[in-house]
Structure formats: C-alpha cells, structure tokens
Design a binder for this molecule. Structure first.
Ligand SMILES: [Fe+2]
Ligand SMILES: [Fe+2]
Length: 266
C-alpha cells in the first residue's frame, strides 16, 4: 500500500479530497526526511504505511488543517517543518508509551498531533524574506517572529473552523500552539504539550537547519538537558529523548563543540 492509498476524510466538498491527497503525500516526504536521521521502523516496529495511517487516524483532524498550505508556497521550509514535527511528536509518543515512560489519552494525542501540524502556521504573517533567509535575524525581525505564537484568533476562525472539534479539544490545541516556545514566556496548561517543544527543537536542530547547520547528537542531548535543568521539560521525557539520540539515531558519530543554544528557541 502506498501513501496515496491511505484513508481519506469523508468530506469531498470544496476540494478537500485534493487537499488531503497533497497533505498525505507531503507527509510521505516528511517521513522520509525524518527517517534519514532516525530509524523509524526500529523505533516503532511499524512500516511507513502503518505509521502514516495511524498518524492520520490518531490526529483525527488532518482534513481540518489544510490552511497550513498557505505556508507551502511562500515558506516551503516552514511548511515541511510543520509536517515533520507532527510526525516526530507521534514517533516520540509511540516510543514512550512502548517503554511506559508516560501515558497520554486519545484526546490528548489528537490535540498534540493537530497542534503540531499547525504550530508555526502564523509565520505566514511574518516577513517571508527574513524567515526564508539563512543566517541570523535582526532584533526587529526576531520581535516580529515572536508574534507567531499569538494564534488563538486564527485557530478559532480559520484553521480548525470549530468543525468537529469540541471546545475542550480546541482549547488544548490553542494552548499547545501558543505555548510551544518556552522562551516567549507563555506557560503551557497542558503538560503533554511539552512533547511539541521537544519535537520542534529536535527538528530544528537536526533537519530544518535554517539558522544553524545540522547539529550532532551530543549537542542535542546537552540542549535538552539544559531544558530539563531549567524545569521547562519534565524528567519523564528524559529517557525517550536519550533513546532517540542514541539507539535510534543514524548519525555517524562526529563530535562538535557548539554550545550556542539560543537560536533553537525562536
Ligand atoms: Fe514556532
Ligand atoms: Fe516550529
């Protein structure tokens, strides 16, 4: 079964099916990009098709988040990043559940994966040239970038339309998206939302590589240690993180010593 055989949403009105086709085939690309860095099959014991199908079923609202396509043309890096981060949250959760590190219920999973898909959607309102440019941002550009977590209005009005989402679910998604950058000072109400922080930083350090080159696993470990020490991440996330950057990493072990963590929390 190829990725195009995955189950479709039932709503075929207004081109939703076409949009879904596109989202799902892009998820396929996102999967392959992640798999270059992490052995997903070894991690989960699942084939690519099963993993993507499960993501689609567990996220539940994949067909409601097609607005992230507004990112695709102007900001392909951010668009791919959102899709990968969503799959990385599932990777992380599946492994943690398998090892009994923490539990998460179906509603929370759905909110987490949905939030991950749209977490940087508001970057569409930021300066595209600045975001697409490699290298550091100016202070003014950084200030503008920090507004991308102010997502409540967009999520309520456009991104999720309220369609099929109860208020509790909607609030969880909004909380996780608005709290995905600990450095911005918005505190997460939902502790499991910390998984998005992990997946977001992981993708930025290993794959997106927009503001910095690919970082070695040792750097990634040190970075997350710092977050645990500061109380940004709960200790229950330590073992899954360690497994990810040791057992399931495909990295050829080369050591670099770069301790500048600041660019990952933008
Ligand atoms: Fe972000
Ligand atoms: Fe992000």
């Amino acid at each position: 079964m190829g990725t195009t055989d995955l189950k479709r949403g039932e709503d075929s009105v207004n081109g939703i099916v076409k949009i879904l086709d596109s989202i799902i085939s892009d998820l396929g690309d996102a999967y392959d990009q992640i798999d270059k860095h992490y052995d997903i099959k070894g991690f989960t014991g699942k084939s690519k098709e099963v993993f993507l199908q499960e993501f689609y079923d567990e996220a539940r609202y994949v067909d409601k988040v097609h607005e992230i396509h507004e990112l695709k043309e102007p900001m392909p890096n951010q668009y791919g990043h959102c899709l990968r981060v969503a799959l990385e949250t599932k990777l992380f959760v599946d492994d943690a559940i398998k090892h009994d590190d923490f539990s998460i219920d179906d509603e929370q999973k759905s909110a987490l994966y949905t939030a991950a898909m749209i977490h940087d959607y508001k970057k569409k309102d930021c300066n595209h040239e600045a975001i697409n440019r490699k290298g550091p941002l100016s202070p003014r550009e950084i200030a503008e970038m920090r507004t991308h977590t102010h997502a409540r209005d967009d999520i309520e009005k456009y991104v999720l339309n309220g369609d099929g989402l109860n208020q509790v679910m909607l609030e969880m998604v909004i909380d996780i998206v608005q709290g995905h950058h600990p450095a911005y000072g918005t505190k997460l109400e939902n502790g499991f939302g910390q998984v998005l922080i992990i997946a977001d930083c992981l993708d930025s350090m290993k794959i997106r590589g927009q503001y910095q080159p690919d970082q070695p696993d040792s750097y990634v470990s040190n970075f997350f240690n710092m977050f645990v020490e500061k109380g940004i991440l709960e200790r229950k996330y330590v073992n899954p993180i360690i497994r990810m950057v040791t057992e399931y990493s495909r990295e050829e072990r080369t050591e670099r010593n770069n301790q500048d963590y600041t660019t990952h929390v933008m």
